[in-house]
Design a binder for this molecule. Structure first.
Ligand code: 2P0
Length: 389
């Protein structure tokens, strides 16, 4: 039995970001955070980007009123207050579980402190909510000593209540979030991180915070876009099916085509919204052009792009081609330590003079703004993890 005097539970965890290949956009239920379509994502390693969260739960006396919603007092560092309600929902979900610790704690008043740090460049729009909510759920699991009791699948259902895409950061590798109608809306792991040696390069072109949050944006799109209705009824399931087929066959050519098309379709739906939403900018368009040029030079796709609700590009490739992709973008984006002849040699493409012209034409058409700010490389990584110290 828990002593009625103060008692403290502490847990720490680390959460990764994930990048969607088939996008989640549009909720079936705003409260339950269930999506209109399944989505598929890559969980990225935590070498550079991650959230670390420490949760301290303190029971401070009996909850005499027995009003569930009011027994939690939250102190949050490093998290905006607009997500307080969602964080409370996560705690309430834990307290409603059928385990002794949860039942006992739900009869107490609780003081909860959340201390969170993340390592992302400021406001880079890089899936910070997914990594922070996944870290939070694991930290609570650890604090309540439920880590050997709750399955990862159960944890995906709880993470979803913090931010839809967070459920995909519980597992590593390649994950799918299955729509469901409520408690059965969960994420599964399709493949482990070592299944296919895929790399991801994030090109940061903009560090400004986006004007319209994802939650708000997807609501507007669902309410106003005819194209979005078409996406849900006729496009997205076809993309899911085809992506799974290409994953099974490890067919990068079709894999990347579907990733690109789903990103394009998602952003077209944003544009089709009323009022129109645009998460992309001139630099994003230019990076798309670069990817099409690179793939054309090879006569097949060796690189895919995808953009989330922001203008920063995620490039996806097989790591066996990483050097080519690194050097191609180095050459394009003004890093002067590579020249065109070295690049062409590395690329091992035919039709040298013609292709040199193509690449230089592309380089010349770069948008006339400050150079690309930063590039960060990832491999596929593990899901959110408890930190024991
Ligand atoms: C995704 N995005 O699948 C899509 C693609 C952005 C574009 O999930 O309201 O922060 O918390 O469920 O998860 C961003 O939306 O939205 C997102 P909520 P979330 O990754």
């Amino acid at each position: 039995m828990i002593n009625k005097k103060e008692k403290i539970y502490i847990g720490k965890a680390k959460g990764p970001i994930n990048i969607a290949l088939i996008k989640y956009w549009g909720k079936a239920d705003e409260e339950l955070i269930t999506p209109l379509n399944n989505s598929i994502s890559l969980t990225l390693d935590t070498n550079t980007f991650y959230t670390e969260t420490k949760v301290t739960i303190q029971s401070i006396g009996e909850n005499k009123d027995k009003i569930k919603e009011n027994n939690i007092s939250l102190k949050i560092n490093g998290n905006p207050s607009k997500i307080t309600k969602r964080i409370k929902n996560i705690f309430q979900k834990f307290l409603s579980l059928d385990y002794p610790i949860c039942k006992e704690l739900s009869s107490f008043l609780l003081d909860i402190k959340i201390e969170s740090i993340n390592t992302f460049p400021i406001a880079s729009g890089c899936a910070s909510s997914a990594s922070s909510m996944a870290a939070l759920v694991l930290a609570i699991t650890s604090a309540l000593k439920l880590d050997n009791i709750l399955s990862k699948t159960e944890l995906t259902k709880i993470a979803r209540l913090g931010s839809g895409s967070a459920c995909r950061s519980i597992f590593g590798g390649i994950c799918e979030w299955i729509t469901g109608t409520g408690d059965n809306s969960l994420a599964v792991q399709l493949y482990e991180k070592n299944y296919w040696d895929i790399g991801v390069k994030l090109i940061i072109v903009n560090q400004k915070e986006k004007d319209i949050s994802s939650s708000e944006g997807m609501k507007i799109t669902k309410e106003t876009s005819e194209l979005f209705k078409y996406r849900i009824e006729h496009i997205v399931n076809k993309h899911l099916e085809n992506l799974k087929e290409s994953l099974k066959e490890k067919n990068f050519n079709s894999f990347s085509e579907i990733i690109i098309k789903d990103s394009n379709n998602f952003h077209a739906c944003c544009r089709d919204s009323y009022p129109s939403i645009n998460y992309l900018n001139e630099e994003s368009d230019y990076i798309m052009k670069c990817v099409f040029c690179l793939n054309k030079l090879y006569g097949q796709n060796i690189c895919a792009y995808t953009f989330d609700a922001g203008s920063n590009a995620f490039l996806i490739y097989e790591n066996k081609n990483k050097k080519i992709i690194d050097n191609f973008f180095k050459y394009i984006f003004v890093f002067d330590d590579i020249n065109i002849d070295d690049l062409i040699k590395l690329m091992e493409i035919k039709n040298i003079e013609n292709n040199k012209n193509e690449i230089n034409k592309l380089k010349m058409s770069k948008p006339p703004k400050e150079k690309i700010m930063n590039q960060i490389d990832f491999n596929l990584g593990d899901g959110a993890k408890i930190l024991y110290d």
